[in-house]
Design a protein around this ligand. Structure first.
Ligand code: HXC
Length: 264
């Protein structure tokens, strides 16, 4: 897989990978090039995980995770170009959700507009105590375009999401945690990255197949009624009984030993 990118950085360390949006001077703002490079990488990873059992998404530097879509680039876009830009970013949020391993967003500062939207497409969010979230698009005469009108409501409730979108206000860490947007906060970037790696390690001791299917069923169910979602759950619950990991996991419990999962 090519890892020769200009605006993103992809590093594989053992079982885990770190994907960094790498435009520190522009506070990691998402321009078309970032999205094209992300699409190249995420499409390959979706089909071939290359031994990766978990990934962290973060931003370069200490100030921002992602300060939104690139406002300079958007200034001169036509309606058609803006539609294509939104669609490309949305594709990447969907690809992130479809990766068959967990992805933790490690938010190290501003996560505004498109930044908040990218973080919400990860499985969950860790953040530093100085992180700031928000969907400030209306302040620019815009609306969210990478999924903010949809995912924020599903995460924090529709009315809360409307209040956040209409005011465009900043959300500090305590409120972000209270509303369930952020799972855990940390006093330094280093502590956050260590904790994310520990969490990924803990997850990697479980069956990779069961983790991937949990992710798939939960994300699929997000777009369905409860009873439709339950059908999907039962389908995969049944299918997993033909897997090596299910036989191994249940047998290891009975034999009082640690399971050796293979992810199949
Ligand atoms: C392009 C950006 C940027 C952005 C920051 N920069 N955010 N460039 N797009 N979204 C650039 C600045 O122009 C500046 O460049 C450099 O990064 C440092 O930013 P400053 O503003 O000088 O830093 P600071 O004063 O600390 O303020 C930080 C900030 C502010 C509060 C995060 O930069 C800000 O408000 N940024 C915009 C946030 C935003 O509105 N995001 C939503 C965008 S709309 P120079 O060259 O001057 O050093 C969106 C839509 C998504 O995301 C959907 C699209 C389809």
């Amino acid at each position: 897989m090519s890892t020769n990118f200009e605006t993103i950085k992809f590093e594989k360390n053992g079982d885990f990978a770190v994907l960094t949006i790498n435009r520190e001077k522009s506070l990691n703002a998402l321009n078309s090039q970032v999205h094209m490079e992300l699409k190249d990488l995420l499409s390959v990873l979706k089909e071939n995980v290359d031994g990766i059992k978990g990934m962290i998404l973060t931003g370069a530097g200490e100030k921002a995770f992602i300060a939104g879509a690139d406002i300079v680039e958007m200034t001169d876009m036509t309606s058609d170009e803006a539609y294509d830009f939104a669609t490309l970013g949305q594709e990447n949020t969907l690809l992130m959700e479809e990766l068959p391993f967990p992805v933790i967003a490690c938010v190290n500062g501003f996560a505004l507009g498109g930044g908040c939207e990218m973080a919400m497409s990860c499985d969950f969010i860790y953040a530093t105590e100085t992180a700031v979230f928000g969907q400030p698009e209306v302040k620019l005469g815009l609306i969210p375009g990478f999924g903010g009108t949809q995912r924020l409501a599903k995460l924090v409730g529709r009315n809360k999401a409307k209040e956040i979108l209409y005011t465009g206000r900043n959300i500090k860490i305590d409120e972000a945690k209270d509303m369930g947007l952020v799972v855990k906060s940390f006093s330094s970037i280093e502590d956050m990255m260590n904790a994310a790696n520990e969490t990924l390690t803990k997850i990697s001791h479980n069956s990779p197949l069961a983790v991937a299917l949990s992710k798939h069923v939960m994300n699929t169910g997000n777009d369905l009624t409860v009873s439709e979602g339950l059908e999907v759950e039962a389908k995969y619950f049944g299918e997993i009984f033909s897997s090596y990991d299910m036989k191994e996991g249940t047998k290891a419990f009975v034999e009082k030993r640690r399971a050796e999962f293979k992810g199949k």
